[in-house]
Design a protein around this ligand. Sequence first.
Ligand SMILES: *[C@@H]1O[C@H](CO)[C@@H](O)[C@H](O)[C@H]1NC(C)=O
Ligand SMILES: *[C@@H]1O[C@H](CO)[C@@H](O)[C@H](O)[C@H]1NC(C)=O
Ligand SMILES: *[C@@H]1O[C@H](CO)[C@@H](O)[C@H](O)[C@H]1NC(C)=O
Ligand SMILES: *[C@@H]1O[C@H](CO)[C@@H](O)[C@H](O)[C@H]1NC(C)=O
Length: 509
Amino acid sequence: MKLIWNYCCIVIIVVIISCFNNYLTLNKIVEYRRFGNSHSDERLQRMAVGPGELGQAVFVDLSLFSNQERKQYEESQNKHGYNVFVSDLISFHRSLPRNTVNKGCTKSYDIFELPPVSVIIPFRDESWSVLLRTVHSILDRTPSYLLREIILVDDGSKKGELKTKLDIYLSHLYMQRGIDQTIEDVIVVMDSHQEVAEVWLEPLLQQLKETPRALVVPVVDGIDMNTFQYKKTELDLKKKPIAFSFDWRLMQTIMPFKREYLLSRENFEVSPIRLPSVQGNVFVANKTIFQELGGMDTGMHVWGGEQIELAIKYITCGDGIYMIPCSHIGHLYRPVPWRAGNTKISNEYRVAEVWLDDYKQFVFEQYGNYTYKAEVAKELIHFYVPENLHARGTIKPVLQNISTFCLDASSMSSVSLLQCHYQSGNQYWELSANFEIRHSVFCLAVDSASHLLIDECDFEHHRKWDYRSDNTIRHRISKLCLTIINKTEVNLQLCVGSVNQQWIWKRLR
Ligand SMILES: *[C@@H]1O[C@H](CO)[C@@H](O)[C@H](O)[C@H]1NC(C)=O
Ligand SMILES: *[C@@H]1O[C@H](CO)[C@@H](O)[C@H](O)[C@H]1NC(C)=O
Ligand SMILES: *[C@@H]1O[C@H](CO)[C@@H](O)[C@H](O)[C@H]1NC(C)=O
Ligand SMILES: *[C@@H]1O[C@H](CO)[C@@H](O)[C@H](O)[C@H]1NC(C)=O
């Protein structure tokens, strides 16, 4: 650390940009210069004392609270979707667990051979302590040679403290300097509720050097929304690692990696892993290339779909997406969906319109009757070609008195009948070319006790089904039929062809 801080002559500036209604106006630009290295020293001295240090969970004893305090506590939790009260107890400079770096990550980096970066953090009504812990974790754990600036983009916050108070706070951290600074050629775009771990940036930049047209991401650890415990994500590459991906609803989902691919990589525990998509909370990219590929789609709102658009562009027109097992960043997860509403769907429609050409129909069908038209039709490309399905759409009983019900994968472990919502989602099913009943990237399966469940698609025989001409849905190996028990329950029973074993499902061949 000492060596690094001697390079304090490299200026770190924080710029605050406000933008309202998606229209970028540079309403205020403030630059500050960092003074001294007191913060890193302070952090080293404090190490393992104080709430949340070493990434530990903070538990609050509510029985010590008055009713009034308890009410405030609960309100603060509801307002942000995470526990602001707990966050406020934790230092902006808190230490993280010592094991955030994987065992095999022993490579040392020549930081002077790596390009400096501009970090961009858009925020909207983030809580004060969470936002500043994000900023300080970057300042505390990034070699100053590599960190040229942090740009905080205020995306229409309404909270007063994020205006003047934030300016004043930052002005104590930095001294003001000139305005005409250009951004570096390498950008890091990240959410405003994160904490970076030691040596987070160097491995990402090393990869970008090798694959300049790639989008590079770290392994994302979890920060608990109630206790702020920092939970390292173990990739467990030998067991059952999963990757972020997306399905035909353009929904972010997770799917297992192909084991052969993972094991075929040299030094497989630590070497970069190619991904089908990104989570969207953080990425590193060459700015020139990023803009060449169209940058962020400014026609999208709030969140949802933007990470899929990026993924499609980088996979088809760039060097793809790489996850670096030796780089870790903690992300505060909130309950999903967080204030996205219909904007998420319209963003996803836009991705389909712009990028999926003839295949966009698959996306639209999954969403039922939503009618959104993107106004932009860019150059169209073919991507993720769908296979020859046997049937797709909702699965509904023939039985008259429950004909408004649909087969629903409401919980990952089971299926049931629920009122049809025609929004697709959990009520959308496909009979695949090799006779699996798929929900998203998962499959309808049967356990040894003949119970229905949703599980990974492993192409094994016991996941195969037929939708027969008498409208029964029959499990191949047990020869049992999908049967309606009552208004909510379905199970497997001997096929007798009665009306409670008959289903309406759109046949495709
Ligand atoms: C970014 O990409 C541009 C265009 O290919 C290239 O000229 C530049 O050197 C790259 N920058 C870095 C830091 O790699
Ligand atoms: C979809 O919308 C069209 C036009 O608004 C309407 O006629 C049709 O009944 C709707 N379909 C469903 C399944 O809601
Ligand atoms: C459906 O049947 C199950 C068990 O067979 C029962 O637990 C459940 O209460 C029933 N539901 C309704 C709505 O009748
Ligand atoms: C539907 O109606 C039939 C006969 O009218 C009845 O036997 C059956 O229990 C009803 N099913 C449900 C799920 O309500």
